[in-house]
Design a protein around this ligand. Structure first.
Ligand SMILES: Nc1nc2c(c(=O)[nH]1)N[C@H]1C(S)=C(S)[C@@H](COP(=O)(O)OP(=O)(O)OC[C@H]3O[C@@H](n4cnc5c(=O)[nH]c(N)nc54)[C@H](O)[C@@H]3O)O[C@H]1N2
Ligand SMILES: Nc1nc2c(c(=O)[nH]1)N[C@H]1C(S)=C(S)[C@@H](COP(=O)(O)OP(=O)(O)OC[C@H]3O[C@@H](n4cnc5c(=O)[nH]c(N)nc54)[C@H](O)[C@@H]3O)O[C@H]1N2
Ligand SMILES: [Mo]
Length: 716
């Protein structure tokens, strides 16, 4: 998220793509509605459903699920064709624009109408609204990411904002509303299968850097692995861990997965849930660390499972990072109740049991403060070193001194600092960076250029043209010694660079010259390390349009995608739609959270949303002979089958079925209530949407495609 929730208050227009903030981010809605009401900002909602957010918007664009790249490249095409692009911004701060524009040229309004179902005139009209009301705040969420081409969608959104010159501006930016309260923090801290903390990757250099931070011997670290090569290899993702057990798709690992710890995971959040169940049954050991017995505990009867009663967030303290990159301190409200332990205590037991407590806790004497300090010390890439526990707590204690519009403290002990010191916060003297890539301020006051990450020059495959990757002459933050682009800082301390110099001398050197440690470069439109260098439309694996599969096929299968063979074109069967004629999409309700173990166990929330259902259009319902409140059977191509109540509503179109994904406690007709420990069954149970969740994974991240499958619907 380049800007912040608060900064949306400054938008002159807003576009939400695959985001239903009214249900999933209700607090953010206050800032969104502020921009709409006070600035008179148009609010465009791009969603296959007429959501509660769309109901509050000025324009709803009903899009066919899985076609956001085509739609967005259509907007880019319309912006360029009508000469609405920001030529000066592109000339000075963007690279590869010509090559990108060439690809975007394919997405004329007529072609986009055919792919997305959005009328051609509507595409030009939306582009015009954005062009005439700058800056636009663009928000996306998981309605846009959970697709085989989800990573292309996200890049198309960035291209649109670059074309309009909306980056680095208050009221603009690319804003991704994150999930759980600390999802940004979890991602930053390396809960990813392809990265050590702070996006350092898995190279030897990355391991050596973190070993220095942790103060452990690199050779000792190497000795923990069976062979060194496994240190550099991406791990399994949560989306497909079960294949590590079942091996129905070939895995690239010397042994199947035998043991699993699910630590704060609801389990029925996984698509292909019937396979997940099978994998649970085959594991030698399954450990669940959670305040509630989740579906992982209830869905199978195998004697391999241990439930560790975890304490909740109210029973521990520590730092968390919000969607706006702000770091906050969570103070404990009560000690862990009812024979539970908090996550730190359970982790300590595990580390002791595995016998590496000395190394693990070398720098950690005081939990959790020392953990925040250690992570900050190593996370130089994203600037986590300025936010000490002391400073974070001071911000929490002085909430009232921060301004709601700018997030800056006015007077008081935090004077001039931005709330939560949004990263990068380069040093303990830095106020935090409220808006990424903002050239209007000095770096030491929260300004930032684009990062120099991909070399100094690039020759494009498509055109053969060579382009400088640094920002052009005259583009610099106020106070910068160099009055134009510059590369990242290296060798200020011999043999190190700004990412590895733990002494922070490199940071201090750059900042003292008014410059950013990571350089001043251009944003690139061509991403040469992605399968599609410029985003293009590719039909969902399970597509309702066989004619478009031929024109816009998916990728070649990927044999070792996070250790597991992943099917793309071989899964894309044009005949499938004959048996599974409806598009299946899923999402959230404001009343429930994730897989629902917590909220379905809360009687007040349970009362508000007591039952699983399927949204179905009145015309389709009538054609199928289904009444509002009657039962329907939904089947997936993979053999999942659920019977749920029909919610007959115009919210969805005639071809689309929507399922909320928060339900569990039933499995294909079987009531699992008796499988929960006594007295712990949730108030609400229901079939899980993910029993009928389709096969499909993003080509870069392997996130599961929860939003654009196919299904069959019949009257029960
Ligand atoms: N109350 C509540 N709040 C939550 C959560 C919760 O479970 N409950 N979960 C949190 C988490 S972990 C996350 S990640 C966020 C998610 O927040 P959101 O992404 O906003 O939530 P969803 O409802 O999953 O999806 C948003 C919208 O995407 C639409 N959509 C489906 N397919 C497509 C498509 O192909 N294109 C487009 N443009 N739209 C599509 C859906 O109809 C839906 O309205 O919410 C967070 N907030
Ligand atoms: N069909 C479909 N599937 C989806 C999605 C979708 O849109 N559609 N969205 C996906 C997304 S974006 C996400 S993020 C996932 C979410 O999937 P999950 O992460 O599985 O969902 P949650 O229910 O939020 O799981 C959190 C668990 O953590 C427990 N918990 C809460 N506090 C603590 C704590 O302090 N310590 C510990 N140890 N545990 C705690 C809760 O009781 C809960 O069981 O679902 C994904 N699955
Ligand atoms: Mo999420």
């Amino acid at each position: 998220m380049t800007n912040s929730l608060n900064d949306i208050r400054h938008a002159k227009s807003m576009i939400f793509i695959g985001s239903n903030a009214a249900e999933a981010h209700p607090i953010a809605m206050q800032h969104i509605l502020h921009a709409k009401e006070v600035n008179n900002a148009p609010m465009i909602v791009v969603d296959p459903r007429f959501t509660k957010t769309a109901a509050r918007g000025t324009d709803h664009v009903r899009i066919r699920p899985g076609t956001d790249t085509a739609f967005t490249m259509g907007l880019v095409q319309a912006v360029i064709a009508n000469n609405w692009h920001d030529k000066e911004f592109i000339r000075t701060r963007v690279s590869g624009f010509e090559e990108m524009a060439e690809v975007a040229g394919h997405y004329t309004p007529e072609i986009v109408e055919d792919i997305t179902g959005v009328p051609a005139a509507e595409i030009t009209r939306i582009a015009q609204i954005l062009a005439m009301n700058r800056p636009t705040s663009l928000t996306w969420c998981v309605g846009a990411t959970q697709h085989a081409i989800g990573s292309s969608n996200t890049r198309a959104f960035c291209l649109l904002q670059l074309a309009l010159g909306n980056m680095g501006k208050s009221g603009g930016g690319t804003n991704i509303f994150r999930g759980h309260d600390n999802v940004q923090g979890a991602t930053d801290m390396g809960v990813l299968p392809d990265n050590l903390p702070a996006y350092y990757g898995l190279s030897d250099g990355a391991w050596k850097h973190w070993c220095r931070v942790w103060d452990v011997d690199y050779d000792w670290m190497v000795s923990r692995f069976r062979e060194k090569e496994w240190m550099n290899k991406k791990g399994f993702t949560l989306s497909r861990w079960y294949e590590g057990v079942l091996q129905e798709d070939k895995i690239e690992q010397y042994t199947p997965i035998k043991a699993l710890i699910q630590w704060g995971c609801g389990a029925n959040s996984n698509t292909q849930f019937h396979k997940v169940k099978k994998a649970f049954e085959q594991l030698e050991l399954l450990v669940i660390v959670d305040p509630f017995p989740t579906m992982a505990a209830a869905v199978h009867n195998t004697d391999n499972t241990y439930l560790l009663a975890g304490a909740s967030q109210y029973e521990t303290s520590g730092s968390v990072t919000s969607t706006s990159r702000q770091i906050q301190w969570r103070h404990k409200v009560v000690d862990p109740v009812a024979n539970t332990r908090d996550d730190y205590q359970i982790m300590e037991g595990l580390v002791n049991g595995l016998g590496f407590a000395d190394e693990f806790y070398k720098n950690i004497k005081q939990v959790p403060e020392d953990i925040t300090l250690e992570l900050g010390k190593g996370s130089l890439t994203i600037g986590y070193n300025g936010q000490t526990p002391e400073r974070i707590k001071r911000h929490m204690d002085n909430w009232h001194t921060f301004d709601i519009d700018s997030m800056q403290a006015r007077g008081g002990p935090c004077d001039g600092e931005y709330y939560g010191m949004p990263w990068p916060c380069w040093t303990t003297k830095h106020p935090g960076t409220p808006i990424l890539y903002d050239m209007s301020k000095p770096v030491m006051e929260g300004g930032l250029p684009f990062r120099n990450r991909f070399g100094l020059e690039k020759t494009y495959d498509a055109s053969g043209r060579t382009e400088n990757q640094l920002a052009s002459e005259g583009i610099y933050n106020p106070g910068s010694e160099v009055k134009g682009g510059y590369p990242e800082f290296a060798n200020i301390v011999e043999g190190t660079n700004w990412k590895t110099d733990l002494s922070l001398k490199t940071h201090e050197h750059a900042l003292s010259r008014g410059m950013a440690p990571f350089g001043n470069a251009r944003a690139r439109c061509v991403v040469w390390n992605f399968p599609d260098q410029v985003p293009i439309h590719r039909e969902p694996l399970h597509s309702p349009r066989p004619d478009l599969i031929e024109k816009y096929p998916s990728y070649a299968d990927k044999p070792d995608h996070f250790r597991v063979y992943t099917r793309y074109t071989s899964e894309q069967d044009p005949e499938l739609v004959k048996d599974f004629p409806y598009v299946l999409t899923t999402g959230r309700q404001v009343e429930h959270m994730g897989a629902g173990a917590e909220t379905r166990s809360n009687k007040y929330l349970a009362e508000l949303q007591p039952e699983m259902y399927a949204e179905i259009n009145p015309v389709l319902a009538n054609d199928l002979g289904v009444r509002h409140g009657g039962m329907v059977i939904i089947e997936s191509p993979e053999g999942g089958k659920i019977k749920v109540k029909a919610k007959v509503t115009e919210r969805v179109d005639r071809k689309t079925i929507f399922l909320p994904f928060h339900f569990g406690g039933m499995f294909m007709g079987e009531n699992l209530s008796d499988n929960y420990p006594e007295g712990h069954e949730p108030y609400v149970i229901g079939e899980s949407a993910n029993i009928v969740g389709n096969y499909g994974y993003d080509i870069v991240t392997q996130i599961q495609a929860t939003k654009d499958g196919l299904c069959r619907v019949t009257k029960a």
